[in-house]
Write a protein that binds this ligand. Structure first.
Ligand code: NAP
Length: 264
């Protein structure tokens, strides 16, 4: 299937590591120009070199997205380099454990600020250019906002707001033929996840326990599987899909666990 992404330009926030890295690579392999915007400078620069090596073009922007003016700068530099923006992948995020019992109003506000605000800002500053290209937006959220996790109010609230904004923007931007969709991952091995799993006494046993609860294949989702769905949603092959929340999770959230246990 030709996704017709060659020569188009996409911005991936947090695009140098984990899920974002897989999305950046998949886009580059489709011949797209990729702007990798995030904190991980060395990884971002190395990724752009890799893209050039396979004949694609990239731009690494070293940025803390929660700082004032950060997103506006990302859009400005992307336009200066590539002259158009065909899509935004809002992906950068961190499960920071700002909860109720072990949190505080200050930690909650900080979590919302670092996890949510840049999703809005990126789209706000890119909008004039997305209107020109009839671009596409993908928000990477998390199952946490529909299942709860406990101890992480700020992250869960941010992720919930991201899927609400997905519907809200899908309505507001439909007249411009700009599509907006969300992906809700569950268990994906990334640098962030690796740090989290290592907080347990016996990470390997914990991993086995988690994988056993995933209906399809009793295994975790790969970053590449999230990337595949993202790139499809960015492409015109999904031209009539908007406002959707895609659970790329091996059936974790929706399938009947009792039945699955019987057959699995
Ligand atoms: P990751 O391995 O930590 O990669 C995220 C990248 O984004 C890192 O380079 C990180 O920089 C950067 N970043 C995060 N916040 C940033 C900010 N405010 N400004 C600039 N850069 C920032 O994370 P991941 O697991 O791939 O997660 C990607 C997205 O998927 C997140 O939105 C997360 O909530 C969501 N998700 C992941 C899972 C999972 O199982 N992995 C499950 C559900 C949802 P640093 O390395 O410096 O922090």
């Amino acid at each position: 299937m030709d996704l017709k992404l060659s020569g188009k330009t996409f911005i991936v926030t947090g695009g140098a590591k984990g899920i974002g890295e897989a999305i950046s690579k998949e886009l580059a392999q489709e011949g797209a120009n990729v702007v990798v915007a995030g904190r991980s400078k060395a990884e971002g620069d190395a990724l752009v070199k890799w893209m050039e090596g396979i004949g694609s073009k990239g731009l690494s922007i070293h940025v803390e997205l929660s700082e004032d003016g950060a997103c506006e700068r990302v859009i400005k530099e992307s336009m200066e380099k590539f002259g158009a923006i065909d899509g935004i992948v809002n992906n950068a995020g961190f499960n920071d454990g700002a909860g109720l019992e072990h949190g505080s109003p200050e930690k909650f506000r900080k979590s919302i600020h670092t996890n949510l605000m840049h999703y809005y800002d990126m789209v706000y500053y890119a909008l004039p250019y997305l209107k020109k290209t009839q671009g596409s937006i993908v928000n990477i959220s998390s199952k946490t906002c529909v299942t709860g996790q406990g101890g992480t109010s700020g992250y869960a609230a941010s992720k919930g707001a991201q899927i609400a904004l997905t519907r809200e923007w899908a309505v507001e931007l439909a007249p411009y033929n700009i599509r907006v969709n969300a992906i809700l991952p569950v268990e994906v091995m990334t640098p962030l996840y690796e740090k989290w799993i290592k907080t347990f006494d016996n990470p390997e046993d914990k991993l086995k326990e988690i994988a056993a609860r995933i209906p399809l294949g009793k295994r975790m989702t790969t970053s590449e599987e999230i990337a595949g769905m993202t790139v499809f949603l960015l492409s015109e092959r999904s031209a009539h899909t908007t406002g959707q929340w895609m659970f790329v999770d091996g059936g974790y959230v929706h399938l009947d666990r009792a039945i699955n246990t019987l057959v699995g």
